[in-house]
Design a protein around this ligand. Structure first.
Ligand SMILES: CC(C)(COP(=O)(O)OP(=O)(O)OC[C@H]1O[C@@H](n2cnc3c(N)ncnc32)[C@H](O)[C@@H]1OP(=O)(O)O)[C@@H](O)C(=O)NCCC(=O)NCCS
Length: 373
């Protein structure tokens, strides 16, 4: 037996869903380059690829799109539960509550067959986007909003969050960012979902645990923290002093570094950088982009660390006027496709996860009755 803290460099699953091809600098999703998919196809096409294993033809895409639309609505009972949460509940926590509550209404809940899991996966992909927008509306005292079924998946999410339809340019940018989040091998949330699913519990339970993992700042919340940091820095000239102070206090710069991409940039961050640069220029916010450039130069020089997708996705969502607390929930709405694909794969050829621990405690202590301790 061997021990690797954090399972670093351990292969913990066999999968045909995705891999990080470090040699060629490509995130491979079912044979395709994820970044290319994000730039050239719609999110729904990638959902089809993840759940069915191949890119759809026109008929298959239309069928899936219609199915997702027909599953977008969330029952009033769920909104009542969300309305009873304290207003300060973090949006990711509210999302966990919402998804957990959906479980009881799913007729396929206890059926882990491939087909039933596929039906649940599509419901989860469709309804999570609605929940992301409406749970935040409830927490912030706004009225819930109905999905707009004339819009595709990501455009509808944008609409439900902002209350307005995206322009064509905004839609292209949002869909690319959104789709880049759809799948990324065994990130801690995906690994968690597979571990939980391996007990043959239901898909919803595995998803709630994945949401909990995504909420953490070392994973999904990095996109929110990255923007908050840039806003706190305020102007390009302050970047270096700010980072020097942060590092001297042993703190991390969110959106930088990655367990797997140790020697170069996350391929998704390359596109994120381009999109952010373009929108900052268009909106006359060049100083925001300049700050990101100075952060990455400094961190590469001082710590040999490179940006990951969150470092650019957060600021890009910010430039699209999306409220900061929604960045991790948006990530969740997209990754739902990846998580559910992994859960299906796990349960289709299940092996219970049950590793061993390196015991660092004592042995052979004599038992002392309570009255004598
Ligand atoms: C993602 C992350 C957890 C991966 O880290 P890991 O493989 O466990 O590596 P470690 O956290 O042990 O980091 C190794 C070294 O780099 C440093 N480091 C890693 N990421 C850092 C960051 N973002 N800022 C500052 N230092 C960082 C660590 O402090 C450590 O330094 P040391 O050897 O001097 O102690 C880490 O890079 C991180 O916390 N990044 C910020 C959060 C983030 O952006 N998460 C989203 C990932 S997609």
């Amino acid at each position: 037996m061997s021990y690797s803290p954090g399972l670093e460099n351990v292969v913990a699953s066999a999968t045909s869903i995705s891999t990080l091809d470090l040699e060629n600098h490509v995130i491979v999703v079912r044979g395709y380059n994820l970044v290319e998919l994000a730039q050239k196809s719609s999110y729904e096409e990638v959902v089809h690829l993840l759940l069915y294993g191949h890119l759809p033809d026109r008929g298959e895409l239309d069928r899936l799109s219609e199915e997702l639309k027909s599953e977008r609505k969330v029952r009033g009972e769920i909104y009542s539960i969300l309305s009873s949460l304290p207003k300060g509940t973090p949006p990711m926590t509210a999302l966990q509550v919402g998804v957990a509550a959906l479980a009881g209404f799913d007729p396929d809940l206890e059926d882990n067959s491939h087909d039933a899991n596929l039906r649940k996966a599509k419901r989860l992909v469709a309804k999570t986007a609605t929940l992301v927008a409406n749970s935040y509306r409830i927490l912030t005292g706004e009225d819930t909003i109905q999905p707009d079924n004339t819009l595709g998946h990501s455009a509808n999410l944008f609409y439900m969050i902002t209350g307005r339809r995206p322009t064509e340019e905004e839609q292209r940018m949002f869909d690319t960012l959104f789709t880049m989040y759809a799948e990324h091998e065994l990130a801690v949330s995906t690994f968690t979902s597979r571990v939980v699913a391996s007990s043959l519990t239901d898909m919803y339970g595995a998803i709630v645990s994945a949401l909990a993992a995504l909420k953490g700042p070392l994973h999904g919340r990095a996109n929110e923290e990255a923007v908050k940091m840039l806003l706190e820095i305020g102007e390009p000239a302050r970047v270096e002093a700010y980072l020097s102070d942060l590092l001297s206090r042993g703190l991390k710069v969110m959106g930088l570094g990655h367990r797997v991409y140790k020697k170069g940039i996350d391929p998704r961050a390359v596109v994120g950088r381009e999109l952010l640069g373009a929108i900052c220029k268009k909106k006359g916010r060049e100083e925001l982009f300049e700050m990101t450039e100075r952060v990455t130069s400094y961190m590469e020089a001082k710590k040999n660390l490179y940006p990951n997708v969150d470092f650019y996705a957060g600021p890009a969502f910010y430039m699209l006027d999306i409220p900061i607390p929604l960045y991790t929930p948006i990530f969740a709405a997209s990754r739902m496709a990846g998580w559910t694909a992994h859960i299906i794969e796990q349960q289709d050829r299940n092996k219970l996860f049950r590793p061993r621990a390196l015991y660092e405690g004592a042995f052979n202590k004599p038992y002392v009755p309570i009255g004598e301790r």
